[in-house]
Design a binder for this molecule. Sequence first.
Ligand SMILES: O=C(CO)COP(=O)(O)O
Length: 120
Amino acid sequence: MTIAIIAHNGKKPEMVMFLNEFRDILHAKHIKLVATGTTGAKTEEAGFEVEKLLSGPLGGDAQIASRLAEGKIDMVIFFRDPLDKHPHEPDIFMLMRLCDVHNIPLATNPATARLLMKAI
Ligand SMILES: O=C(CO)COP(=O)(O)O
């Protein structure tokens, strides 16, 4: 199973905390992580193996969207920061739209992500 993880800057610490909380499950279930660039770098620093794509504003969300459309991503955990502006908002909406098009579970906050992780 492959999970895409993405966090806006204000949410990156929360993403690392979340991953640490589920470290054992991620390991036991052999889950592959793929991430946008800076989220991936923080994830790596926390001791996880992760495939890093481009940074979000440079096309990372679009890369994840493309993989998702090809059936290569099973779940998306995307901690968005609703209080910040993002120059690449069209990419963000494209990613979320494609999750709905392809019926891919998408968690946009830790509470939902926890429920999803408990279900896998
Ligand atoms: O901007 C992002 C998601 O829209 C996240 O990108 P980074 O992980 O590179 O910061």
